[in-house]
Design a protein around this ligand. Structure first.
Ligand SMILES: *[C@@H]1O[C@H](CO)[C@@H](O)[C@H](O)[C@H]1NC(C)=O
Length: 88
């Protein structure tokens, strides 16, 4: 019985330890923040002027400079007259 209790204690303690350590690692990862103002502009990506959706007045939009495990925060301001979905 004592062995079972000790084993259970070790399992719970181990799990708590892993959770704490993994949270510390996540908090230590670098964070990059961006602000995206999404609007229409006129551009000529195909050689002919046309309305395109731009980020911060530029088409194509800005590059996100991040790598594995980075925390990326993007504040998006939809200045279009329609709904917007951003995906990566
Ligand atoms: C991307 O981020 C890395 C690390 O912060 C930096 O050294 C590098 O100059 C950045 N590259 C660009 C294109 O901003």
């Amino acid at each position: 019985m004592a062995l079972l209790q000790r084993s259970l204690f070790c399992s719970v303690f181990g799990l708590v330890y892993i959770l704490l350590v993994s949270n510390l690692c996540l908090a230590a990862d670098p964070t990059v923040s961006y602000e995206f103002h999404v609007s229409y502009i006129t551009a000529s990506p195909l050689g002919v002027p046309q309305q395109v959706i731009a980020v911060n007045g530029k088409f194509p939009g800005p590059r996100i400079n991040a790598t594995t495990n980075y925390n990326v925060i993007v504040n998006v301001f939809n200045e279009l007259d329609e709904d917007l979905l951003l995906t990566w």
